[in-house]
Design a protein. Structure first.
Ligand SMILES: [Ca+2]
Length: 234
């Protein structure tokens, strides 16, 4: 059975953190919200990310849809259609509201796909990242490919989706770990059209290093008590 859930039309901004303290359940939060970020958990800085000398200055994805599957042996996904244009480095996260029952899920899939209406600097791309690598040379990673990020429960077989769910999409992991350090500066505008092998390396890292967390205090960041992921790559 295919169970489509209608998206709530308006995407509500959360209030500032101060007003939410002690009063987390507002009228906007009756359902489940999903937000996205990119953090290198062991070394985050504000206003971008600097890890081992490499700096991330832009990080965007186009989420075509979010898919949750109750029974992975059947074709029964609950699909929440976008597109959602997500600035992963934004200080104020735009929550994506989804309507779920009380059940657990066997799989969560984040499907990235380009869209003609993508805002700048994302444009018509599924993923875009830019910054400087450790030697100061600027880099850019552009994808127009369809990319799916599949997650399973971190403990046992099921994913218990919390009311506020945080997807940490690892667009910086490959660069921060030196994946582009050996490249000539002329090769640092990496796209899946011009350098598919390099893009594949980036994509593999994105798939393997992304995690899903609970965002208990709804601040769009992974706090020390939220480090344990609720879902890991499948
Ligand atoms: Ca948090």
């Amino acid at each position: 059975m295919r169970n489509h859930i209608i998206m709530i039309a308006s995407v509500a901004l959360t209030g500032c953190v101060g007003t939410d303290v002690g009063n987390p359940e507002t009228s906007n939060n009756d359902g489940t919200e999903v937000v996205f970020t990119t953090e290198v958990v062991d070394d985050p800085t504000l206003n971008g990310l600097t890890v081992r000398g490499a700096t991330l200055e832009e990080a965007w994805v186009t989420i075509d849809n979010i898919e949750l599957r109750r029974d992975c042996s059947a074709s029964n996904a609950e699909i929440f259609d976008g597109p959602y244009y997500v600035d992963l480095l934004a200080d104020e996260k735009m929550p994506i509201p989804i309507e779920l029952g009380d059940q657990d899920y066997c799989r969560l899939t984040i499907n990235l796909s380009p869209n003609v209406d993508g805002p700048e600097p994302l444009g018509q791309r599924s993923v875009f990242a830019a910054g400087t690598r450790a030697d100061g040379a600027p880099f850019e990673i552009s994808g127009v490919s369809y990319v799916n990020l599949r997650f399973k429960g971190a403990r046992g077989n099921s994913i218990q989706v919390p009311k506020r769910t945080l997807g940490n999409l690892a667009v910086f992991s490959w660069v921060a770990n030196g994946g582009i350090d050996a490249l000539d500066q002329s090769e640092l505008a990496i796209s899946d059209l011009d350098a598919p092998n390099l893009f594949n390396e980036f994509e593999r890292s994105l798939k393997e290093d992304s995690r899903v967390h609970a965002d208990g205090n709804r601040d769009g960041r992974i706090d020390p008590d939220e480090l344990e992921p609720i879902a890991i790559p499948e």
